[in-house]
Design a protein around this ligand. Structure first.
Ligand SMILES: *Cc1c(COP(=O)(O)O)cnc(C)c1O
Length: 392
């Protein structure tokens, strides 16, 4: 069976976690601080704050930019449900806009029309690792003086040409960037998340909120030669990462450049093979973007049945997934008023398929996926059956 994804974990991660366990300090402590420093250095952000997952990162980011009851947050429906859930956990309401014509990210041209007096923030998603058109997004945001949160759950190691050169996703172009280290992403700590920002006031808030709004951290109290009492100036959350996770994360970060290199190699291999295949089109990468290809999303041409295709692949031992979900099509968010039609989002979910991609995949395994996919495309072609029904 070839799975859709596989985390890149090994002995280095096991040893790092073992050392933390042997040290006796397993909750948020020196390894978390070390991971944050490494992550800030890697991305080029001034500050990095580790949290329990990307959903808690999004919650804190939205609170940080001031989303409160009655506020609106402009975002895409075509993304993981945590986006809308966290907007609503702040008391806000998402305003869904559609995605771009040629890809799976927000269409920047639709942002301006969605701005109202109640707009507090724009939440953009670097979907499947592909950077958004941040230049166009920031033009609208700066013009309207609206905060921007980047959901980079999938985009660690991706790069974008911005200003004078290439920069890694995570050096904020807006206000805050949120990452996930779930095993389905490009590097993992089991569960885990990170907030990056250049704004020290925001970073201070994140650090306070993630540990119950407590003024003194466990580590500083532990290290103090004097008796100190903490206090609780604000209401907070328990969104901490453990030191075991952080130690694993530091090893993962060292592997990241090699992981991304191999993923890009495999994505290029997909692109070349798909050029000669009938029935499916490869995803596009803009000249100003370098994706980590967290997921490889192929668009199906008319006449190819999505479910039949996925079943035919599964029958041959190759996993696949349908396109990214749409939040407005799920019961949990069906009460969000739709101000704009979302035809591209709906087509993207139902007319695309994710193919397996992970750094350890060999060329031989990749060839297997390609030949199974190519055969499945033929099996999944539907017009014959439709003609038959019409004939009856
Ligand atoms: C995975 C994902 C999340 C949630 O990340 P967790 O770490 O599992 O909370 C949020 N947004 C997007 C776009 C994702 O892909």
């Amino acid at each position: 069976m070839i799975p859709i994804a596989k985390p890149c974990l090994g002995l280095l991660e096991a040893k790092a976690a073992e050392q933390v366990i042997a040290s006796g300090w397993v909750s948020q402590g020196p390894q978390v601080a070390g991971f944050e420093a490494d992550f800030a250095a890697f991305t080029g952000a001034k500050h990095a704050c580790a949290v329990s997952n990307c959903t808690s990162a999004l919650h804190l980011a939205l609170l940080g930019v001031g989303v409160r009851p009655g506020d609106e947050v402009i975002t895409v429906s075509h993304s993981f449900i945590a986006g809308a859930n966290t907007v609503r956990q702040c008391g806000g309401m998402p305003v869904f806009v559609d995605i771009e014509a040629g890809g799976y990210n927000v269409d920047p041209d639709q942002l301006a029309a969605a701005v109202s007096r109640r707009t507090r923030a724009i939440l953009v998603v670097h979907q499947m690792g592909m950077p958004c058109d941040m230049r166009a997004i920031m033009q609208v945001a700066n013009h309207e003086r609206i905060a921007v949160v980047e959901d980079a759950a999938c985009a660690v190691g991706s790069e974008i040409q911005f200003g004078s050169g290439w920069r890694r996703i995570g050096r904020p172009m807006g206000d805050v960037v949120c990452f996930s280290f779930h095993p389905r992403k490009v590097i993992t700590t089991g569960e885990g998340g990170m907030l990056t920002t250049d704004n020290v006031v925001l970073d201070d808030k994140f650090r306070l909120w993630r540990q119950h709004g407590m003024s003194v951290s466990d580590t500083s109290r532990h290290a103090s030669a004097q008796v100190i009492f903490e206090d609780y100036p604000v209401q907070g959350y328990n969104y901490r990462m453990t030191d075991m996770q952080a130690a694993i994360g530091r090893e993962q970060l060292k592997r990241l450049p090699d992981i991304v290199r191999r993923r890009r190699e495999l994505a290029n291999r997909y692109r070349l093979a798909l050029q000669d295949m009938d029935g499916a089109r490869p995803p596009a990468e803009p000249v100003w973007a370098r994706s980590n290809w967290q997921s490889y999303c192929v668009r199906l041409e008319d006449g190819i049945d999505q479910v039949a295709l996925m079943q035919a692949m599964l029958d041959q031992g190759v996993a696949s997934r349908r396109g990214i979900m749409n939040m407005h099509q799920e019961d949990a968010q069906r009460d969000v008023p739709l101000a704009f039609p979302l035809p591209r989002s709906e087509a993207a979910r139902d007319r695309s398929v994710l193919l397996p991609l992970y750094a350890q995949m060999t060329d031989e395994e990749h060839d297997t996926v390609l030949s199974v996919f190519s055969d499945a495309l033929k099996t999944a072609r539907q017009p014959a059956r439709i003609n038959l029904v019409q004939a009856v």
